[in-house]
Design a protein around this ligand. Structure first.
Ligand SMILES: [Mn+2]
Length: 215
């Protein structure tokens, strides 16, 4: 049997071979995943922030952890591990050492997070607004917080949305669909025929479309 990382790479490559363009945007746990693995998996490595031109507008993609600015302890950790020098030092260590360190960091973070109020672990509203204004976007898609929803925002009378993807479990996935009709938050559930059922759990017209005006 292949080790998990190789099995995932093989599955992603198969998906790519079926004509699905696969892109990877690092989060708070997989930030050491680099170009070699992406090439192996046949996917394109993205650098945050990602600005996508879609359906006549611009969408900002982020993992979301950088927006949780109330969690100062985590933001200090994030700054440290996103530093290229720290990453080079870490990648020079043997794999067993990195695995051990990752397990330790995960256990420590779980223990700390148990004592953190839920609001601290969510995105900070001001950080969201600042970030969207900085990039000149009215649609932001992120994950990380495991609170799937579409939030409505207001930019001087113009509508905006923050779409939050849910986490993936063995029995449930989360996705966002964006087309001319709007932006939809989808739930993926296993279907009876071994396929996948897509259900739209929330949707909005695109914030730059006529349909969303005065709405
Ligand atoms: Mn995350």
């Amino acid at each position: 049997m292949l080790p998990p990382a190789a099995a995932v790479a093989t599955a992603l490559r198969e998906l790519g071979d079926h004509g699905v363009a696969v892109h990877f945007l690092a989060g708070n746990r997989d930030f050491l995943l680099g170009p070699a693995y992406c090439e192996h998996a046949g996917m394109t490595l993205l650098e945050a922030p990602v600005l996508l031109e879609l359906a006549g507008g611009v969408v900002l993609l982020l993992h979301g952890d950088g927006l949780c600015t109330d969690d100062e302890e985590y933001q200090r950790f994030r700054k440290r591990v996103r530093n290229p020098e720290w990453q080079a030092r870490m990648l020079a260590r043997p794999i067993w050492f990195r695995r051990l360190l990752a397990r330790l960091a995960r256990a420590l973070s779980q223990r700390r997070n148990r004592n953190k109020p839920a609001a601290i672990m969510d995105v900070n509203a001001q950080a969201v607004e600042d970030c969207m204004l900085e990039h000149g976007v009215r649609l932001l898609i992120h994950g990380h917080t495991h609170r799937p929803a579409i939030h409505d925002l207001d930019f001087d009378g113009e509508p905006g949305h923050r779409v939050v993807l849910g986490d993936w479990r063995a029995d449930k996935g989360s996705a966002v669909r964006l087309d001319a009709a709007g932006v939809s938050l989808l739930e993926l559930l296993p279907g009876e025929a071994g396929d996948v059922e897509l259900t739209s759990v929330d949707q909005r017209p695109l914030p730059w479309s006529k349909a969303s005006e005065n709405g």
